[in-house]
Design a protein. Structure first.
Length: 461
């Protein structure tokens, strides 16, 4: 840890229930700090943190802040950008001289004190990050990790190891967060424009990734997916390498698909790891796996360790996650909320089920993203046999006039397009279950919470 973090003994989190915030809270808790926080939702993740000994309340009231956490000399306050400026507790901390930092700034402090592998990208970063951490954890190398999803292998979004100071970090581009990091090694999986409410235009978005690439420390390594529209000129002493499915310094050869399995040979600059089997046999995971294996190999994992870890990789919750596959009906849940993620997810489903009818239940995430990328969303959704659009999940935003699921639906060219609310959806699934074969719940909102009701509707009608 750095000197700044050594001076504090308490860490208070505003928005502790977020996936990134909760990982950081767990990290401090495991390293002997006193941890507490606020979150407006008493979610499953919040309850898990409470069971781990972390004090959490759900009312925005400074009176609920425990005694020792009210001392600005020993307390660090960490907040997420989703916290409004006028939140009562946030105002209390700012007015009373506390050290207040964004989650990304705290991660930056950790990367400056440790050897970090920072994995960035519009999409692919969560799976690549989790794969990298899994391989290193299963090897003699070991690592710490901050993940943007719940690993099925760890059943958490954090991995804490005492073996070394190597840490794998998901580098989030939202709000320029990843520009606070100091990577020893960095990966860029993709740079398809997103968050245009923050970046304003595609050029600014891509420039942020170019700026991120410049943060790699002297003597470090930068791994970039081949073909990205980025202008990267690595500094002297930085090794820049490329990867993709079929070409680059790291790539796959002899890809074999069948019987629910994907096997390939992993080609790297000094050799080949033959017969790598994907634990989650989805085509896009070949590319994610190549980046993860490259990072593991460059950090000392052996051929055998890499091969065995890739086969035992169980995936990430809400990343192409199967919830039902009984021979009659299939339900797949995927976090895909960007048009390119949707396209990759739908094409992967089609590759597994080429002759089945595929229904996508999509909950658009953010009014601004829907507005800015509507035509691309429509193109991706048009790959489905049936599209059911739910109301837009607002997250941190207020509605934008004219930007609705009905407006997006008017652009989609799939054979069957519908817009409905959650209650209508369940009734519709129950009444149409005989024609439903593969259902995909898609989006970054709370569409996954409907899965138990969808399963019941399919079972009982």
């Amino acid at each position: 840890m750095t000197n700044m973090l050594d001076k504090i003994k308490n860490v208070y989190f505003l928005g502790i229930g977020g996936i990134g915030m909760s990982a950081l809270a767990r990290y401090f808790n495991a390293n002997g700090y006193y941890v507490a926080g606020y979150d407006k939702n008493e979610s499953e993740l919040v309850m898990e943190l409470q069971q781990e000994g972390i004090q959490i309340h759900t009312d925005d009231n400074p009176d609920f802040i425990a005694g020792d956490f009210r001392n600005p000399n020993y307390t660090l306050v960490v907040y997420t950008p989703a916290i409004p400026e006028d939140m009562t507790e946030f105002v209390f901390f700012k007015k009373n001289g506390f050290t207040v930092m964004k989650r990304a700034q705290v991660l930056g402090e950790i990367t400056r004190a440790q050897r970090s592998i920072c994995i960035a990208g519009t999409h692919g970063k969560t799976t690549t990050c989790t794969m990298t951490a899994h391989i290193l954890n299963q090897s003699m190398v070991g690592c710490n990790a901050f993940l943007g999803g719940i690993s099925k292998n760890f059943d958490k979004n954090i991995l804490i190891s005492k073996k070394n100071d190597l840490v794998v970090i998901e580098a989030d581009e939202f709000d320029h967060s990843f520009l606070t990091l100091s990577p020893q090694m960095a990966v860029i999986t993709s740079a398809d424009p997103d968050h245009l409410d923050i970046y304003k235009n595609e050029e600014a978005y891509r420039k942020a990734f170019e700026d991120f690439s410049a943060l790699v420390r002297p003597g470090g390594t930068l791994l970039v997916k081949k073909g990205l529209q980025l202008s990267i000129k690595p500094k002297a002493g930085i090794r820049m390498l490329s990867y993709s499915v079929k070409e680059g310094d790291f790539h796959a050869e002899n890809i074999r698909m069948g019987n629910g399995n994907i096997v390939f040979d992993f080609v790297h600059p000094t050799g080949i790891i033959a017969d790598v089997k994907l634990g989650v046999p989805v085509y896009i995971n070949i590319e994610n796996g190549i980046a993860a294996m490259a990072m593991a190999l460059l950090n000392g994992a052996s051929y055998t360790e890499i091969r065995e870890a890739m086969a035992s990789y169980a995936g990430v919750k809400r990343r192409f996650e199967f919830h039902l596959n009984d021979g009659t009906h299939t339900i797949i849940d995927d976090y895909a909320h960007h048009p390119m993620e949707l396209k990759a997810s739908i094409e992967s489903i089609r590759a597994i089920y080429p002759n089945k009818r595929i229904t996508g239940i999509f909950m658009p995430h953010l009014f601004s993203r829907t507005r800015d990328l509507a035509d691309l969303f429509a193109q991706s959704l048009s790959l489905l046999d049936e599209v059911i659009l739910l109301p837009i999940y607002p997250a941190r935003e207020l509605p934008i006039e004219g930007v609705t699921s009905e407006w997006l639906a008017s652009k989609v060219k799939a054979p069957d397009v519908k817009v409905m609310d959650k209650k209508e959806l369940i009734n519709y699934i129950a009444n149409s279950r005989d024609k439903q074969e593969v259902i995909a719940t898609l989006g970054a909102g709370d569409v996954d919470l409907l899965i138990p009701q969808i399963k019941e509707a399919l079972a009982n009608g």
